[in-house]
Design a protein around this ligand. Sequence first.
Ligand code: SOE
Length: 377
Amino acid sequence: MALDVGVLGYRFMGTAHANAFARLPMFFPDTPDVTRDVLIGRDEDALGDARTRLGFDRTATDWRSVVDEVDVFYNLGPNFLHAEPAIAALEAGVSVFSEKPLAATLDGATEMAAAARSAGVPTACGFNYRFVPAIRYARELIQSGTLGDIRTFRGRYLQDWLVDPEAPWSWRLDAELAGSGALGDLGAHTVDLARFLVGDAPGGGRIERVSGHLRTAVTERPVEGPAGETRPVTVDDEYTAQLAFEDGAIGLLEGSRIAPGHKNDHTIEIHGSEGSLRFSLERLNELEMLGPDDRGYETVLVTDETDPYIDHWWPPGHVLGWEHTFVHENASFLRAVAEGDAYEPSFADGLAAQHVLAAIEASDQSGSWERVTETSE
Ligand code: SOE
């Protein structure tokens, strides 16, 4: 079966997914064939160049004209543009992949998840870090009880691309266009990993209550173009949050785009009654484990037989990188689309994460702990 794919967005995420499409027939031949049918964007010149570079058959400058012509619609555009095209595609019975956070607002995410339920087709929310081999291995260890009862989840995601106050303004710095800043851009991933790793583990469970703190350190940034022009920054540069899981575990999260020296530092630590696990995205082929005998952390190299994707790539020890997470994610999603199977992380997972993000923001406003009242409905 061949799937015609339409992709809105052709920069960072567009390239990551197009690269995945190109790798699939070589490394995951059991995935349906993908026809890179149509690339969608507004700037015709940039779009034309991207079409050639990313290997698409045609381009479109209006998503409305093509969204019902494909089998799968990838929405990789800015957050404010996630809801409307995704809902239109779902209403036409087309499967949708949306980058994270699911939408700029909780209302938008709620409508997207409702449209997904009505359409009954597979949907995906772009939580690609679930597809790091070490993270999947960590989940297996937690599920099989190796860590005992989970007591603490600690997740931080730090970047430094906004340290310089002269770093230019972009849509990611505007509340209307992005929803939130470090919280939605980075925290969405950490919240999803908290759900994925300990959401159904002993001691973990649903995230029930949160307390949050958001801060904008640089409130105006220069606009690219005319010298001297600036625009306000209306989203957070950094956030912290505490979580209470329903079965007792506590969580500590932080995210920042103004952390000098941290390029893409997504670090997870989990403590259980029988041991601990540590993972860092900047050393993604490794998982650090400490057992009940407390003889120090031991580094497990994931590129051996414990690696769930080892059969698809290179012999043990030939390390994988960030881009491989997109290949794994797309292999799994496209198989689900072809078979009409359930897929996770879906829009329901995107919505569940968005409820947690919204509660963290509400707590920052109220100064009190907030209940995460909804899950994925
Ligand atoms: C930018 O901060 C960004 O590209 C995020 O949007 C991605 O989700 C993250 O994986 C890497 O950093």
